[in-house]
Ligand binder design. Structure first.
Ligand code: 0O2
Length: 222
């Protein structure tokens, strides 16, 4: 068997796809989506184990649950168009960081930073980029910790690093983000200033509640 080597996602089956225009029903697209799913599975598995480890070894939960998804083909094309990129495989691979997405929902705010440290200490995971919207929420009120990582996917003859976006947030942040995602972030409905301010107000209330939960949790530990 050929010696195992680390290959770029831009090379699949040894043919270059970088300059090709995306066709969401061709074989290349399906192969790429398979690789993103494989990266996601690798990462999900790691966090399932960590979740269980905390339960059995430390009698606590730092992860309530995880959710994963592969971005829909039409959303990938829309994101490339919105960012003014040509609809090519090279741009899909290099410019879109969240084709594979893993969301980690934590009970309390402090757990987010524990999970971030765990990710940063994973020897096989390469950190590409991070955005801390927990310490500094977005203007919209959105709060989450985002880390873009590269996960090595072991295939028959090669190892391929695959990009995955990890969003880490509390259950309360998830409640706000999920609702806001549907009613404002991804909606065509034109929000008035007053309505946007109401959403920001709700986000601030949630942030305050998350902080109180940390205080209660610390008091309980003491
Ligand atoms: P969807 O449909 O959720 O997938 P990048 O290239 O990574 O720097 P990007 O992807 O624009 O640029 O980064 P950003 O702003 O960190 O957003 C990534 C994802 O975070 C979004 O993906 C959303 O899932 C989520 N997000 C960001 N801002 C908001 C917000 O104000 N409200 C809500 N509810 N979610 C937000 P997509 O592809 O935009 O959307």
């Amino acid at each position: 068997m050929e010696k195992e080597k680390k290959n770029s996602l831009l090379k699949i089956d040894n043919f270059l796809v970088e300059s090709d225009k995306i066709n969401t029903s061709d074989e290349t697209f399906n192969k790429l989506m398979f690789l993103y799913s494989a990266g996601l599975k690798e990462l999900e598995n790691k966090f399932d184990i960590i979740k269980e480890e905390f339960k059995y070894f430390y009698s606590c939960d730092i992860i309530n649950h995880t959710q994963s998804r592969i971005k829909k083909p039409e959303s990938i094309i829309k994101k490339l168009e919105n960012k003014n990129y040509d609809i090519t495989y090279r741009n899909l691979i290099e410019q879109i960081n969240d084709i594979a997405g893993l969301r980690i929902i934590c009970p309390i705010k402090e757990d987010i930073f524990t999970v971030v440290d765990i990710i940063k200490n994973m020897p096989d995971i390469n950190i590409i980029k991070e955005k801390d919207y927990v310490t500094k929420p977005k203007k919209s009120g959105y709060s989450s910790y985002h880390i873009i990582v590269e996960v090595p996917v072991q295939l028959f003859k090669q190892i391929i690093p695959v990009k995955v976006e990890i969003q880490i947030r509390t259950m309360a942040m998830d409640f706000w983000a999920t609702l806001e995602h549907d009613i404002k972030y991804k909606s065509n409905f034109k929000f008035t200033k007053k309505m946007s301010n109401q959403l920001v107000k709700c986000a601030k209330m949630i942030n305050k509640m998350d902080d109180e939960m940390v205080t209660i949790s610390k008091a309980r530990e003491n």
